[in-house]
Structure formats: structure tokens, C-alpha cells
Design a binder for this molecule. Structure first.
Ligand code: ZN
Length: 322
């Protein structure tokens, strides 16, 4: 890191949520034990506030941003040192565009969205958004995709307490408050030897449109790859991932980051683009603009990966026999 400007410094601040979850293993949706070493907190008194990118203790009054916590955790005092550590933790932060999610639900509150989903499912025919994106209509039924008429958003239920929604009129995206579950994250288990990881639900649905047997998980935003690592560890996943991120600089950067992190967990992954040239950005655009070429690329990649995976398994098994 040679030079970090004011804007880059601000870019680190929203990483506080990530930092609390990953570094401190904290559930940021409920109060947690105060992180101030001078405060012997008997009842969790500290809360995370997304709005100010801080956490605040209502008992001792301390508040911290990500740089304060880095200072405490790594025992450094100068801002320059804190910044250097932040830069190591979150490389190339200035190149990452943060899409801010609007938070519509109350804080610290797990909500059951079952009724909301039912209402949205009954309105799915009021929008052409996913038809225009050439998504197989059967998948909308399979995943209970709905439409929120009032907010003009397509609603993708992830589980009964979590959904992801995207505007049909603009770029707006909403994630329900709480844990950022992955789309289809329950597929990450030993039954599935080959899983395609995409950036967005629409990308995953695009793959499933061309192959109904594909196993695909969407991160719902690249910075959420930490959730993927967590599930991999928890489920002791030992299959293979294809990292099929967008065909742009940020996608390529995250493919490298995620690949490296997966290697640490001894999980193999392939960074591949299924989209050939032609300035197409993501899987859905490829599906819309050139379905045949996407299918051809996918089939080629998928067939070869299956061969590689079964060869590896044979090797593994013969090693065990020896
Ligand atoms: Zn405190």
C-alpha cells in the first residue's frame, strides 16, 4: 500500500460488521459483551450500529469503529499502523464498490417472513422481470420467488427469516436484516462433489436454467464469501467449487481471494469464466444474449471437471488401498 486517500479510509469503515463477525465471532444482530478491556461486562452491553459503522456500549459509553478495534486487537496505536493492518485484512478496498443494502426491518429482531412470502408469491405474475431475464419459470415455483408490488421488487426467499430482493425498476437491492445466508447454502455437503459459486441469485438461476441438475450457490454480494468459508468449515466440505463470478475486475480479484482462502481449508476450486468475450458481464447477460454459447461453454467445462474429479477420487481411493 503506497497511498490511501480519505475515501479509501471511509471504505474500510463498513467492514466493521465483517470484522466483528469473523474476527470476534460475534452475532451483530444482538448485544454482545463489551469489547473495552477495562469494562468487565457481565451482561452483553455492546451493540453494532450499521448506520454509523460503530459499536457502542450503553453501559460504559465506549464506542469503537473498525480502526479502534484493530488498534486493540493488534496492539498498535498509530493510525498509520492500523491502516496498514486494515489494508492487509481487506486488500484492494478502494476497488471494491460497496452496494449499500437498505435495511427495512427492525434491529435485533428475527422476523418470520412466511406470510410476506405467501403474499409475494401470489403476485409473481405481476412482473415480467425474470421472464425478460430468460429464467426458467419452473424455478420461480421451485424457489417460491415472489413479487412485492408496493416496493416493486422481486423477492427471493432464502429461508423463513431471510430474503433477498431486487428492484425491477432500478439497481436497488435489499437483504433482510440478520445473517447473510447464501442462496442454496444447504447444497454445500458431501453429496455434492461439484458446486458452482456465483455472485448473484439471478446468475445461479441462469445456470439452473441451462442445466436443471447443476448445484449452484450464490454469495449475494462478493464480500459475503466469508459466509461460504464458514459453511465449508462447519460442514467439512471436501468437494470442488467453480468460482463463476462476473467477468470484470472485481470478480477476478475475488476469485483470487476466495481461491486462496479455500486452499487454506484444503478445498479445491477452479476460477473459470463460462462467458466468452463479447463484453458480456455476467451469467445472466450471457443467457439473454447468447444462450447457445453459454450452454456450450458450460457443457465443456462441466464435462471436463467431472472427469478431473472422478480421476482424483480414483487416485485417492487407490492411495487408501495401498
Ligand atoms: Zn462497556
Amino acid at each position: 500500500m503506497s497511498f490511501i486517500d480519505r475515501k479509501s479510509i471511509d471504505n474500510f469503515k463498513p467492514m466493521l460488521a465483517d470484522y466483528l463477525m469473523i474476527k470476534h465471532n460475534i452475532n451483530i444482530n444482538q448485544p454482545f459483551t463489551c469489547l473495552n478491556p477495562d469494562h468487565e461486562d457481565r451482561h452483553p452491553s455492546m451493540s453494532y450500529y450499521a448506520k454509523g459503522n460503530i459499536c457502542n456500549c450503553f453501559s460504559c459509553g465506549t464506542h469503537y469503529d473498525i480502526f479502534d478495534l484493530i488498534g486493540l486487537d493488534y496492539g498498535v496505536e498509530s493510525f498509520k499502523e492500523k491502516l496498514e493492518i486494515a489494508d492487509k485484512l481487506y486488500p484492494n478496498i478502494s476497488e471494491i464498490v460497496f452496494k449499500k443494502f437498505d435495511v427495512v426491518e427492525a434491529d435485533n429482531n428475527v422476523i418470520d417472513f412466511t406470510n410476506y412470502f405467501q403474499k409475494c408469491i401470489s403476485k409473481i405474475n405481476k412482473t415480467d422481470y425474470l421472464n425478460e431475464r430468460k429464467i426458467n419459470p419452473e424455478l420461480l415455483k421451485k424457489y417460491n420467488v415472489g413479487y412485492d408490488e408496493k416496493r416493486e421488487m422481486v423477492v427471493f426467499p432464502i429461508n423463513k427469516n431471510c430474503y433477498f430482493a431486487r428492484s425491477v425498476t432500478g439497481d436497488g437491492k435489499i437483504k433482510s436484516k440478520g445473517t447473510s445466508y447464501l442462496w442454496n447454502e444447504n447444497l454445500i455437503n458431501s453429496d455434492n462433489k461439484l458446486i458452482y459459486i456465483t455472485e448473484s441469485i439471478i446468475d445461479s438461476l441462469s445456470l439452473e436454467t441451462i442445466d436443471s441438475d447443476v448445484k449452484t450457490v450464490a454469495l449475494n454480494g462478493l464480500p459475503n464469501y466469508k459466509r461460504l468459508l464458514k459453511i465449508v468449515e462447519e460442514n467439512k466440505y471436501n468437494g470442488t467449487f467453480v468460482l463463476a463470478f462476473d467477468n470484470d475486475k472485481t470478480g477476478a480479484m475475488y476469485q483470487d481471494i476466495v481461491k486462496e482462502e479455500l486452499e487454506k481449508l484444503k478445498v479445491s476450486s477452479f476460477s473459470l469464466t463460462l462467458i466468452s468475450g463479447t463484453g458480456v458481464k455476467d451469467l445472466n447477460e450471457a443467457l439473454i444474449k447468447n444462450k447457445d454459447s453459454l450452454m456450450k461453454n458450460y457443457k465443456y467445462v462441466n464435462d471436463n471437471l467431472k472427469i478431473i474429479i472422478s480421476k482424483r477420487e480414483e487416485e485417492r481411493n487407490s492411495e487408501i488401498e495401498l
